[in-house]
Write a protein that binds this ligand. Structure first.
Ligand code: ATP
Length: 364
């Protein structure tokens, strides 16, 4: 017996053209029920277009968007089991919190009884921890509280999918971090499928349980955050999600599972083969935190010698830029130990060591 599980959202070969512009091309996507999906990618890659096609604000030029197993072609936005939270919350400033949240419910036909509306609004405000704020005016709320009103308004008619278009972009960093945790908690409590559009890779990694990395209208990787970070599908993902060093080299020898690459300074690195590789030029991708920086001068394998050119103090960590002859600038991040006193000054000769297991080889 085969078991089929219904995906909450599915894209089947979806393409969207705006005149001569192809915004998304041939997208295949399946989002399980109750997942928190982040659509992540640079400006113009097609994230919002995907979100709007789920919401019913745009129609695919080709292919089909399905929600809970039902094709959505021809289903208008207001008939979809979906709601959306926008970047600018679009609240009614002259209404109080309660009336903002009740607004959508009052438009429903057949009408809901007033007592039912009151009950649902109170429950939505509890969900976003604004229980005592029903009578407050919008302008009497902080940015984070306004964001939560927008969230309550989107949750009040109990959608099965919630779409969030950069909902935290207007908040300052501390508030944004607090709201990230809160949104994640609310999503887990409610079990609703969330689709978040963001170009902030930290936000995507920290909040979602599935990251969909997009570039130029296509999906380049769909995987849990840790997988995307540790095992980027290509050089674009490696560079876009987190920081990475790109070291150029030439493939010298290749086995089925290991590969030897000669770098610009003559040093060879033998690293595991994790993806398709052709012969010739290669690029090694190494995370800044996977490099150990020391002032030891004894030569060992997989050690690059260089000179610190810049140091950025980040509080709990320190970021160094190290110029390596024949290779170029290498970025290194070191955790700062509480007892550590000596930071390496610009001009210091240093050795950079790394474990080949942490290196990714891509064809150039
Ligand atoms: P951003 O992060 O800047 O919001 P995005 O990844 O959400 O970008 P989309 O808004 O989906 O990108 O746009 C994808 C492409 O489609 C872009 O090239 C954009 O210029 C184009 N596009 C989007 N909407 C329209 C439209 N209504 N008419 C014409 N072109 C459009």
């Amino acid at each position: 017996m085969t078991q089929t599980s219904v995906n909450d959202i599915e894209f089947r070969s979806v393409t969207k053209n705006y005149g001569a512009v192809t915004a998304v091309k041939n997208i295949e996507l399946a989002v399980p029920k109750g997942a928190f999906l982040a659509l992540l990618g640079p400006s113009g890659c097609g994230k919002t277009t995907c979100l709007r096609m789920i919401g019913g604000f745009e129609q695919p030029s080709e292919g089909e968007v399905m929600i809970a197993g039902t094709p959505m072609r021809g289903v208008p936005a207001y008939r979809r089991p979906v709601n959306m939270v926008f970047q600018h919350y679009a609240l009614f400033p002259h209404f109080d919190v309660e009336n903002n949240v009740a607004y959508g419910l009052r438009q429903l036909r057949p009408r809901l009884p007033a007592a039912e509306i009151t009950k649902r609004v109170a429950s939505a405000l509890e969900m976003v921890r604004l229980g005592g704020f029903a009578k407050r005016r919008i302008h009497e709320l902080s940015g984070g509280q306004q964001q939560r009103v927008a969230l309550a308004r989107a949750l009040v008619n109990r959608p099965s999918v919630l779409l969030l278009d950069e909902p935290l972009a207007a908040l300052d960093k501390n508030l944004r971090t607090a709201m990230q945790i809160e949104l994640q908690t609310i999503q887990r409590e409610l079990g609703i499928t969330f689709v978040l559009v963001t170009h902030d890779q930290e936000e995507a990694l920290s909040m979602s349980d599935l990251v969909c990395v997009m570039n130029a209208g296509r999906i380049v990787q769909l995987a849990p955050p840790q997988e995307v970070y540790d095992n980027p599908a290509d050089l674009f993902v490696a560079g876009f999600v987190g920081k990475t060093n790109r070291l150029e080299g030439e493939i010298e020898a290749r086995g089925t599972d290991r590969c030897m690459v000669r770098l610009g300074n003559g040093l060879t690195i033998t690293a595991p083969v994790k993806r398709e590789l052709s012969t010739g030029k290669a690029i090694l991708s190494v995370r800044p935190e996977a490099i150990a920086l020391s002032t030891a001068t004894d030569a060992t394998a997989n050690v690059l010698k260089g000179r610190v050119t810049n140091r950025i103090f980040l509080g709990s960590s320190v970021e160094y830029c190290v110029a390596v002859p024949g290779i170029g600038d290498v970025l290194v991040t070191t955790e700062r130990q509480p007892a550590e006193t000596g930071l390496h000054d610009p001009g210091t000769e240093v050795a950079l060591g790394f474990d080949p297991q942490t290196v990714h080889i891509f064809s150039a």
